[in-house]
Design a binder for this molecule. Structure first.
Ligand SMILES: [Fe+2]
Ligand SMILES: [Fe+2]
Length: 202
């Protein structure tokens, strides 16, 4: 898809999100899109794709549970236990299905970034990591420790992703909430990579 076409789709998705989301959720989506675009420039990913994935990532957040379940199933993957207990967690999968079927997006990287923004995935590409991180640390998120944020901003993309994963898992564990096994796998795979980097492994 050309840049002009991608920008045209972005505007359609933006209007859709503006129409269906409550103002605070829409404003969060704009902040994620803007941070994602900036991170794409910093880390060498496509900023146009980054903005689109950001504005799209929560566009199904206010949809009904039955709709989310039937949309998510169209990606061919099973519904896992945490999703069954809390179908709102399917809003990323549903948004990826909608982006492909209604907005004509075929770019795997954009679709996967939107699909996996809630739990993460062990084999995420740079755009996937950027959306995952931007969603959790956009400037409207309250209660993030400034020293932690400063350390985050000095890290590379894998380091940032690992920090956000640890933060999320710690938050969920401390409240006795379920953590998706995929989220733990993603952290383990990033830690393994960082360890092999420091040990000089390939
Ligand atoms: Fe979300
Ligand atoms: Fe979000």
């Amino acid at each position: 898809m050309t840049v002009a076409k991608l920008e045209e789709v972005t505007e359609r998705v933006n209007l859709y999100a503006l129409g269906v989301l409550a103002p605070p959720r829409y404003e969060h989506s704009v902040r994620v899109a803007e941070l994602s675009r900036a991170m794409c420039v910093r880390f060498g990913a496509d900023p146009v794709a980054g903005y689109l994935a950001g504005i799209a990532h929560d566009m199904c957040k206010s949809a009904k549970e039955r709709w989310l379940l039937s949309m998510a199933l169209r990606d061919g993957q099973p519904i896992i236990e945490v999703e069954e207990k809390k179908p709102s967690l399917l809003h990323g999968r549903a948004a990826a299905v909608l982006l492909e079927s209604e907005f004509g997006i075929e770019d795997r990287s954009i679709l996967d970034a939107v699909r996996h923004h809630t739990f993460g995935a062990p084999d995420m590409d740079p755009l996937g990591k950027i959306i995952f991180v931007a969603d959790k640390v956009e400037p409207g998120r309250n209660g993030l420790d400034p020293a932690w944020l400063a350390r985050l901003n000095e890290s590379d993309l894998d380091g940032m992703t690992a920090m956000v994963l640890e933060h999320n898992i710690g938050y969920l564990d401390s409240r006795g909430k379920a953590v998706s096994p995929v989220t733990r796998e993603m952290l383990a795979s990033l830690k393994g990579r960082q360890l092999s980097n420091t040990q000089g492994g390939s």
